[in-house]
Write a protein that binds this ligand. Structure first.
Ligand SMILES: [Zn+2]
Length: 320
């Protein structure tokens, strides 16, 4: 029996309902916040307000995409889920290299050591100290995705062992593999590496790819059988909305069964509860209206928000 692993326990994939597929609900310090104070998302009261506002317009599940040692806080994620009633899936794995710097411990760990750390977050519980140091104290809050960050154009020498460790983690636990595509690029190279390392393409979800508004690229990456997460919808300002354009093209190409939506709203400046905009409800309000106006109707939106995530984020069956 397959399941989705949330911070409050395992649920039936059919219970996910309306899902945002790449979020940052909590960033509790770490290098991202050193880079920009706007990344700090640590105030649980305000974040719970934001999440409740999204729940009020239909949000039921959020996939949190913050992996190890860059501000992840499993206790706060669980608290937010409890207060808002929204299912939250937490991540293990490692982010893009820019969030760690050149001397991070992950660069000196072997693939097997990395896989052991990822598997422990999934099987036992996420480290309360977020793998920020050698003293690990596991919570009972378990990770439901392994997230890895790839470099522009595809996995770099630094990224490859980390991607292979994620693949090993998938094989040991059945966990879905979620990736960061830097500048939206490198998705095909990521899928090739992960598939070669034993992950079925249907267990891979590729984030940020709608930064690249190229119909052929998207046709090719969905042609692999992987899922795409379009999480740039509110970022086009005065340009034509590339996310909408891609959704239209993928509808015409008959591949919307592999596309999901997310906000990737990793800054206070994007959250109404911190005085920012557009706020977490955006995809279910303004953007859903924009989709409707372009012929992407309620049945299509149901696939993007409900049907596709329930397949993409379910654990695969494994013999253990
Ligand atoms: Zn992100």
């Amino acid at each position: 029996m397959t399941f989705v692993r949330t911070v409050l326990g395992d649920i039936d994939p059919g219970a996910m309902g309306v899902t945002y597929a790449h979020e940052h609900l909590v960033i509790d310090g770490g290098r991202p916040v050193e880079m920009s104070a706007d990344f700090l998302l640590a105030d649980v009261d305000r974040l719970a307000d934001e999440l409740r506002a999204a729940a009020a317009v239909g949000l039921q599940t959020a996939i949190d995409a913050m992996p190890a040692d860059c501000g992840r806080n499993p206790v706060k994620l669980a608290e937010l889920s409890r207060r808002s009633g929204v299912h939250v899936v937490a991540a293990t794995g490692l982010h893009h290299v820019k969030f760690y710097g050149a001397w991070h411990w992950s660069l000196r760990a072997s693939e097997d050591e990395l896989a052991d750390l990822f598997v422990a977050d999934i099987d036992e519980g996420i480290d309360e100290r977020d793998y920020g140091g050698p003293i690990v104290r596991r919570t009972a809050i378990r990770a439901g995705i392994v997230k890895v960050g790839g470099s522009e154009g595809g996995p770099s020498d630094r990224d490859r062992p980390i991607f292979r460790a994620a693949a090993a983690t998938h094989q040991r636990t059945g966990v879905p593999v979620h990736t960061h595509c830097e500048a939206g690029t490198g998705a095909l190279e990521q899928v090739r590496l992960l598939v070669d390392a034993g992950v079925p393409a249907s267990r891979i979800t590729l984030s940020h790819v709608d930064k690249v508004v190229d119909r052929g690229y998207h046709r090719d990456l969905l042609g692999t059988g992987a899922f795409a997460v379009y999480d740039q919808a509110f970022r086009w300002r005065d340009r034509d909305n590339g996310t909408l354009q891609l959704l239209e093209w993928m509808a015409e190409d008959g591949v919307l069964g592999q596309v999901m939506l997310g906000m990737d709203a990793a800054r206070q400046g994007y959250y109404a509860a911190f005085g920012g905009q557009p706020g977490l409800p955006y995809l279910l309000g303004e953007f859903s209206a924009a989709m409707q106006a372009r012929g992407l109707d309620a049945s299509i939106r149901r696939r993007l928000f409900v049907d596709n995530p329930s397949r993409a984020f379910a654990f695969a069956e494994v013999d253990r």
